[in-house]
Design a protein around this ligand. Structure first.
Ligand SMILES: Cc1cc2nc3c(=O)[nH]c(=O)nc-3n(C[C@H](O)[C@H](O)[C@H](O)COP(=O)(O)OP(=O)(O)OC[C@H]3O[C@@H](n4cnc5c(N)ncnc54)[C@H](O)[C@@H]3O)c2cc1C
Length: 443
């Protein structure tokens, strides 16, 4: 192809119009992806992929447990955004400052390096993480990348339907701009039918969609809207905290919330606002359409997804159930919501920030032990979740999970639902989150 003089002049004029910003700087501001992001200091290095609940906790505790290791935390977002308590933020029970935390301050305080970057690939054969700004070699890798939305289960590779649903019916289950969209949607709702589809288990924070329904119902009641919320649940019953939620639905929001069990999705038509399920077809005026959840894209890219007996991907990371290392690599760990089934009794750990925090603390100990040439010892974890169901007065319900190993070495789970909604549980929720933020995000 030849370029005419006229085209060259046109390009020059366009560049001049853009001004100084188009000039090539003397020093490139961003290193090319082919170069090393941070040169090695001589210390052995842990790279943490994902700075959410699991990743931030791992970074802090690794510095404490293994101070002679270099720790680098990689995260795409400029600030930490907490999904826990975000349902409360949707109806202004807590403000934005409550959920947003700095990445730089805790990194400085605890002595690890934070880099805001998009991780593009993980090459486990080379022990290398590729990012938008360059690559990093690691001795240990901790992947805490959260979840992805599996829209393919509804739409195959129909990108138009996926994009339309993502933009128009967001769910805010991943730290992102979706949270603001969902808040705007809820506050702008003028009445009619609002549908919430629940993903099939396992999914992120199982009790939280019901909490969201309660808090939305509270807001709609306050605004005296003629509104219905229909929860399309693929499960046969509300779970967990079955009794507490059912009482909240029937006593606080009887005219607003309808829970539809066994509503496995058959078809979603976002353009005509219809969801077809095994329990009937539902038209909506507005909706939050939660597609099935899976481990984050990064876990797939790193070749860490488990396989079913038939050789199909499970959608979740295959890890050692007690130590969280990859089945084929003792120095690569996956923690948090990406983790796959760990027990024949209960399957997956609940996908919660509490569990991610506990697993991160355990993995910090495992890596510290390995770095000293010792065998890592498993640490039992627990889980605790408080869910606000009423905003005036503020009353919450809760669920606690404990774990132990049986004689055969199988992980066993005990679940205790606290169904009695009361203000003390909301006070406990605030104490819980304060403790958690102090543990990993305090600067
Ligand atoms: C509405 C709601 C309410 C909840 N309530 C509670 C609660 O009350 N209690 C509780 O314990 N849990 C709760 N949870 C669950 C909790 O948010 C998750 O279980 C927890 O965040 C999991 O931690 P994680 O580290 O696995 O993932 P995340 O916290 O999501 O962190 C993953 C991080 O990885 C980053 N990342 C992913 N891919 C890349 C990439 N390629 N490059 C760079 N960065 C990347 C993401 O940006 C993200 O910051 C709630 C969740 C929701 C949505």
């Amino acid at each position: 192809m030849t370029i005419t003089r006229r085209e060259i002049l046109k390009a020059g004029a366009a560049a001049a119009a853009l001004g100084a910003s188009t000039r090539v700087p003397a020093q490139p501001l961003i290193m090319t992806p082919a170069s090393e992001l941070i040169t090695r200091s001589g210390k052995r290095r842990v790279v943490i992929a994902g700075g959410g609940w699991g990743g931030m906790t791992a970074a802090r505790h690794l510095r404490e447990q293994a101070p002679d290791l270099e720790v680098i935390l990689l995260e795409r977002n400029p600030v930490f955004w907490s999904c826990p308590l975000s349902n409360k933020w949707l109806i202004d029970v807590v403000d934005t400052n409550f959920l947003v935390k700095s990445y730089m301050a805790p990194a400085k305080r605890h002595g690890y390096t934070f880099v805001q970057t998009e991780i593009s690939e993980i090459d486990r054969a080379k022990k290398r993480v590729h990012t938008a700004q360059g690559y990093l070699d690691y001795d240990w890798l901790v992947v805490s990348a959260g979840i992805r939305y599996g829209f393919e289960a509804w739409f195959g590779n129909d990108k138009k339907a996926i994009d339309y649903t993502r933009i128009n019916y967001p769910t805010a289950y991943i730290p992102s701009a979706e949270h603001a969209l969902v808040k705007q949607k809820i506050h702008n709702f003028k009445g009619g039918t609002f549908v919430l589809t629940l993903p099939p288990p396992p999914h992120r924070c199982p009790p939280s969609p019901y909490e969201r329904a309660c808090l939305m119902a509270w807001l709609f009641k306050e605004k005296k809207l003629n509104a219905k919320i229909i929860i399309l649940d693929p499960k046969p019953n509300v779970a967990p905290i079955t009794g507490g939620y059912k009482l909240a639905f029937s006593e606080l929001y009887p005219d607003i919330i309808t829970h539809v069990p066994n509503a496995t999705i058959k078809e979603v038509d976002p353009f005509n606002k219809v969801v077809k399920t095994a329990a009937g077809d539902f038209k909506f005026d507005d909706a939050l359409l939660m597609a099935p959840h899976q481990a984050a894209d990064l876990v797939w890219k790193a070749g860490l997804i488990g396989k079913t007996a038939e050789g199909k991907p499970t959608g979740w990371a295959a890890v050692n159930p007690l130590l969280y290392n990859a089945a084929d690599d003792p120095q690569v760990f996956v923690i948090g919501d990406s983790v796959g089934a760990v027990s024949p009794q209960f399957g997956h750990y609940p996908k919660s920030g509490h569990v991610a925090n506990r697993q991160a603390r355990a993995v910090a100990l495992h890596i510290a032990a390995q770095s000293r040439g010792q065998a890592p010892k498993h640490v039992m974890i627990d889980n605790l979740c408080y869910m606000l169901v009423n905003n005036s007065p503020r009353e919450a319900i809760a669920v606690q999970f404990d774990y132990k190993l049986d004689e055969a070495g199988v992980l066993r789970q005990t679940q205790i639902d606290d169904n009695d909604r009361r203000p003390e549980l909301w006070a406990s929720d605030l104490k819980w989150v304060e403790y958690m933020f102090e543990d990993f995000a305090a600067g």
